[in-house]
Design a protein around this ligand. Structure first.
Ligand code: MEV
Length: 312
């Protein structure tokens, strides 16, 4: 029996969320500690594709006549169409440790891993660019007007400097760096927050453009600071980015509270990450302060603290 495995990480945006929708560059990194793992194995003849979501404890059958049923069926439909093959007989198990609706890209990671596994099972090689394009199609159907940064960092599984309509630039770091990824426990709909920023841009174009221009300057400085290993500066730039996101109206009481707790506890910097109004914030500090900071953040109301590491 043939068994195929595929996996995709979660993600966080370090700099430039929201602004990236309007062509400003942004920086995102994978979170390898939170992953989706997919196992696909041959099933008895005529059984079609049966999916088991271990995390949600759901089992359902892929119906080629109703590919719009859900994002998983949609990505399978797109992969089969791209590969120009009929649905094979497969049993697919999806297991995810990425928290849902918290801005860590769980939906895009499921699409990426399922798409990869189905393509491999059909004996088709989809390169990263092709898989990314398919996952982006799903993101567009479910998230309104996404920039494409989430699916790109998840499919390529490496830190990226991303700008719409530009080639993807992988980022390398000079020395190891660890970010705390801190969950407020409040879920937020990125689609709604992105729509609100769009409205702000329409009603207050000059004000919004000033913020986007300032964010762009921070992203470019952060790109250099990350490559040169200047973690103090990077932290400072994160906090500045958070202040601009507050002005863009995408922060929340809980996010601001945890940013302040992190700064009071000696972090180099902290900011919300992703869509905002809930979900996750990120913290940068010296390596020896990470444990104390995690404790302080959990005591202050955070529901989960993950780590995202980058190595040279
Ligand atoms: C969400 O992770 C990032 C946003 O910038 C939206 C997007 O880029 O599609 C808020």
């Amino acid at each position: 029996m043939e068994i195929v495995k595929a996996s995709a990480p979660g993600k966080v945006i370090l700099f430039g969320e929201h602004a990236v929708v309007y062509g400003v560059p942004a920086i995102a990194i994978p979170v390898h500690d939170a992953r989706v793992t997919v196992v696909a194995q041959d099933a008895p003849l005529g059984s079609g594709i049966v999916l088991h979501n271990v995390t949600l404890r759901e089992t359902w059958a892929f119906d080629p006549a109703v590919v719009n049923a859900n994002p998983v069926s949609q990505i399978i439909g797109l992969v089969l169409h791209a590969a120009n093959v009929q649905p094979p007989d497969l049993s697919i198990t999806i297991d995810s440790s990425i928290p849902v609706a918290s801005g860590l890209g769980s939906g895009a990671a499921v699409s990426a891993a399922v798409g990869d596994a189905v393509a491999q099972s059909c004996g088709v090689t989809l390169d990263r660019e092709q898989l990314n394009a398919l996952v982006y199609e799903i993101e567009k159907q479910h998230h309104g007007t996404p920039s494409g940064i989430d699916n790109t960092v998840i499919v390529y599984q490496q830190p990226i400097f991303f700008r719409r309509e530009h080639p993807i630039e992988p980022i390398s770091v000079l020395r190891p760096i660890t970010f705390l990824v801190v969950d407020t426990g409040c879920s937020a709909t990125t689609k709604q927050v992105v729509a609100d920023v769009r409205r702000l841009r329409e009603t207050q174009p000059r004000f919004t453009q000033t913020l986007l221009t300032e964010i762009e300057a921070l992203v470019n400085l952060a790109h250099t600071a990350l490559s040169e290993g200047d973690h103090h500066l990077l932290g400072n730039l994160m906090t500045q980015n958070h202040r601009l996101l507050q002005s863009l109206t995408v922060s929340s009481y809980e996010l601001d509270h945890l940013v302040n707790v992190a700064l009071d506890a000696g972090a180099y910097g902290a900011k919300l990450s992703g869509g905002g109004r809930g979900g996750n914030m990120i913290v940068l500090s010296s390596e020896d302060r990470l444990d104390d900071l995690s404790t302080a953040l959990l005591e202050a109301g955070a529901v989960r603290v993950l780590r995202a590491n980058l190595s040279p």
